[in-house]
Ligand binder design. Sequence first.
Ligand code: ZN
Length: 564
Amino acid sequence: MKFSEIPYKRPNISEFEGKFNAVLAEFKEADSFEQHDRALLEMQDLLDGLETQEQLSQIRFDNNTTDKKLEAEVTHMETVVPRMQSLENDMRSSISKSKYREQLGKKYGAHLLKIADFKSSAFDPAIVEDLQQERKVSGLYSKLTGGAQIDFEGAKVTLPAMRKFLVSKDRNIRKKAYLARWEFFASHQEELDDIYDQLVKIRHGMAVKLGFDSYTKLSYKWMSRFDYDAENVANFRNQLSKDVVPLVAQLRAKQAKRLGLDQLEPFDIPFHFASGNPAPKGTPEEILRKAQSMYRELSSETGEFFDHLLDNELIDVINRPGKSPGGYCWEISALKYPYIFANFNGTSGDVDVLTHEAGHAFQYHESRNFALRDYRFPQAETAEIHSTSMEFLTYPWMRKFFQEDTDKYYYLHQTRKLVSLPSGATADHFQEAIYDNPGFTPDERAGVYREMQAKYSPDQLSNMTPYLQSGRQWQSILHFYLLPFYYIDYSLAEVCAFQFHKKAEENREETWSDYLKLCQAGGSQAFLSLLKLAKLRSPFDDGTVKDVVDHVVANLNKIDDSKF
Ligand code: ZN
């Protein structure tokens, strides 16, 4: 079935609760493991069916945010989804207390029980209203940024489409685009401050209701960080600060030299080569066709997967007015379809987002047949390994997209990954400070961000406007509003993806087989166990970051960047 043909029906959540609770009762009261198990699988199907309605309405709305009918469905879901989460929690808590625990563990693996124990300890129906409110308030952020139309050079330009101007060869255009983009955020400062303030308070309130002293701790549970804690993450942040921040300064100095500048201004940061950044050749349709032939050549699994995406309209990459910014991969649970959403803008980022989201989607496709919903997608830091590694594992095909600029692309892509590593620490340490101090004012929060930037991302500091000087750059990043604490995951995953990159240079076949194994394992194990399965070193261990980035620097040094 093609994406456009999948029927949507507004769910009646009260009716659904009745149906679900009947099956849950059967699960609890089952006289045999067979009956118990049948009820468990039936609950998975019911949740898949309901969640599909959420996915359809949200994805269709993201593709067309001006459609009032779709908007009404998304608004309807604000109340439905938290009630669904509550039901899913009831199920997990019953799994946790099941008299057939041992048999469940034998059939599905002990990880099912771990998830059930872990997650049911961090939920209570008392927070359903807060979750509904949180969805409503965070939706305001999506609406504000999705609807942005920036007046630029006589045209109305969406936020994703501004990217092209931000990397313009003309320094004056870059500067103007940079100022216009930030002027949009500055003109909404009060609203953005207020939305975030409400979210921090709602989130802190939920943590308190659930018996946690801060949302940071609750969030570790919700993010399914089973086998590491805030201390491990703090140690990882320290490695980034010690081993990567000085490298970023060196790479920025090289960049300035290439551009013939004494010093990079903030609007020069995205622009890497005097001759212009590499851009993929061809229209978005041609890029998709090239990707199809790439995936057919890469492996039989990826070929079959990408054909499936194109045949069933499961990928939309065209930027249009009214389309939400950003890119993501999601699923259509009932059909076990992955879905890729992106906004091409004519820069090399188009290829990055394509291979990245295809990595997520490929993993889902490979583990879609797990009966348990929790096993189909892993937690965030693992999921980002699938996606980020795919950006590297497709390197041998980059000539299809970049032709004579391929070396330039390799140089840019590896540089970008390296310089973006510490931003995970900035975002993570910032959020930890914010949620540990929920009484901060918006100005105090901005001040903390500025401090974190000075510590981890000094190259990103900007004094160009009062808004930027105040420390509000983070307001352009949707994660802080919609996906709290989902950020250090990118840096953890990059350290793993760099390892796959190195291994693929040494032994491509074996590396691909390790990667495939990791994809097929989905979320059936915790992070550190999955790393073992894929023969990857843990980013938390001292020395891993240093070894990994040293290799990338050696790779970069092999390329003569003065020729670009
Ligand atoms: Zn991703």
